[in-house]
Structure formats: C-alpha cells, structure tokens
Design a protein around this ligand. Structure first.
Ligand SMILES: NC(=O)c1ccc[n+]([C@@H]2O[C@H](COP(=O)([O-])OP(=O)(O)OC[C@H]3O[C@@H](n4cnc5c(N)ncnc54)[C@H](OP(=O)(O)O)[C@@H]3O)[C@@H](O)[C@H]2O)c1
Length: 254
C-alpha cells in the first residue's frame, strides 16, 4: 500500500488560517486547500479576502471567510460561531512594533502582547472544545525565531512570541491525550510585503548575510512545513518547534 501522498491529504477537514489575506498566511492557506481542506480565510476586512476566496474557489477548492480583528473578542466569538467547528487552526496573525525599547510605552507593549498572545489564547479556547469532542485536532502557532533569539528593536514582539511558543508547548502537554496536537512553526526572515522595507535596508542585507543560505526566504517556502504539521504524517509530532530559517538559529557566525 502506498502511503505517499495520502499522508499529506486533508480531505474532510476544515482549516482556519488567521491572517490569510497575504504573506505567509496566504501561502499556508493555499497549500492546505490544495491538500483537500475546506478553508476558512481570515482577516480584518472582507474586501481584502475576496480575491483570495475567488482564487481558491476558481481552482475548485472550498473556501469561506472569517472576518474579525484579533483585538475584538466579541467579533471573534461571533465569527467563530458562524464558522462552525474547525479541525485545524493555523494561528498566523502577528503584529510587530519595531521601535526601540525606550520608545515603547507600557500601553503599547500591553496592546501588542494582547493581539499577538492573549488573543491567540482566546481563539484556541473557542476551537479546542469541538476538537476534543471529535478526538482530532491540530493547533499550529506561528511564532518566530525571535522567541529564542533576541534582536534589538523588537522587545514587545519578542516577549509575545516567546509567550506564544510556550503556550504551544503547554497546550501540547494538556491536550496530548485527547487526539489534539499543538506545535509551533518558527519562521526566520521571509520576504513578505510587510518585510519589504526591512529587506531593502542595511539591516535586511545583514540578515541575508547572517543566514547560511545567503538569501531571504520566499513566502511560499513556509507552506510545506505548515502542511506537514497539519497532516496525518505528523500524528505523533506534539509540542515541537519546526524552524524554517535557512539555518540562522543553528549557527553562530555564518
Ligand atoms: N515574514 C517573516 O519574515 C516572519 C518571520 C518570523 C515570524 N513571522 C510571523 O509570521 C506571521 C505572518 O507574517 P507575515 O509577514 O506574513 O505577516 P503580514 O504580512 O503582516 O500579514 C499579517 C496578516 O495578518 C492580518 N492581521 C494583522 N493584524 C491583525 C489583527 N489585529 N487582527 C486580524 N488580522 C490581522 C493581516 O490581515 P488584514 O491586514 O487583511 O486584516 C494580514 O493578512 C506573523 O505572526 C509573523 O510574526 C513572520
């Protein structure tokens, strides 16, 4: 019996990818759709999701929107009630604040940690009960290599991502016996729209040279790792951090 590529099929599953109008979220959503999942695309505005929904539907895939700001818990609850049960959650939204520590007011720190970490906890709470009831679920939290490796000018983002990775491991410990896995996806430097200015700057060029691959990643290079964690192939992978960074975090000086 052939096990490949069935081990990577997601037929009959519903997958929500937060922040999937663009960037890494869109690439992940497209891959899960191609693997057979019914997709719930998420963002703050329906008009930004519509071209992506049309692209998936035109290719013959099932796709619906889920619209809410991560900061608005009432809107999150309403949208998730409308969406129905989710089998796979890829929580990919993560806002940045690239100012120096001295410029980040306590209120701005609290807001970023709320959107990047506290809201993730709230969303996981909404999807997990149905996963536990069905005895199958996948939680994939998109963190960052900054969760382990700090860099100047990202203190609130670093703190939030560190917490998010730790939350992923805590969920693995608590949910492991219920058929729900929880893993962390840890990207390095990806050339998404949001990173265009950084990539073009001297700091971006230093990042390129710091990476053993000597290049920034293309957004689509995250997709295979996310599909693996979502798929039957990863049935015994739990509490793991899958790093996709061209070797940055494995090396001291490249
Ligand atoms: N790119 C990288 O190099 C890199 C490296 C390490 C980690 N990561 C992590 O990977 C994830 C994706 O990164 P990316 O560069 O692809 O992100 P991005 O380009 O900033 O895209 C973020 C998406 O999230 C949505 N979003 C942002 N704030 C939101 C909020 N408050 N509520 C709801 N949706 C919100 C946006 O949707 P709308 O604007 O359409 O509403 C957008 O579709 C993030 O968690 C980031 O921290 C990225």
């Amino acid at each position: 019996m052939s096990i490949f590529p069935d081990l990577f099929r997601l037929d009959g599953r519903t997958a929500l990818v937060t922040g999937s109008a663009r960037g890494l979220g869109w690439e992940i959503a497209r891959a899960l759709a191609e693997a057979g999942a019914r997709m719930l695309l998420h963002g703050r505005a329906l008009d930004r999701l519509e071209p992506r929904l049309a692209a998936l539907r035109d290719a013959g895939f099932a796709a619906d929107p889920a619209v809410f700001d991560m900061a608005d818990r009432a809107a999150m609850r309403d949208a998730m009630r409308l969406a129905g049960p989710v089998d796979i959650l890829v929580h990919n939204v993560g806002e940045r604040d690239r100012r120096p520590f001295a410029e980040i007011e306590p209120e701005a720190f609290a807001r970023l940690v709320d959107v990047d970490l506290v809201a993730a906890h709230a969303l996981v709470k909404l999807v997990v009960p149905a996963m536990v009831e069905r005895g199958w679920g996948r939680l994939i939290l998109v963190s960052s290599i900054v969760a382990e490796l700090a860099t100047p000018g990202a203190s609130s983002y670093t703190a939030a991502k560190g917490g998010l990775s730790a939350l992923g491991r805590a969920l693995a410990a608590e949910l492991g016996s219920s058929g729900v896995t929880s893993n962390i996806l840890s990207p390095g430097f990806f050339a998404t729209e949001t990173n265009a200015a950084l990539k073009a700057s001297p700091a971006g060029e230093r990042q390129r040279l710091r990476c053993p691959a000597k290049r920034w990643a293309e957004p689509h290079e995250i997709a295979g790792a996310a599909l693996f964690l979502a798929s039957p192939a990863a049935s015994y992978v739990n509490g793991h951090t899958l790093t996709v960074d061209g070797g940055v975090s494995a090396t001291y000086l490249a």
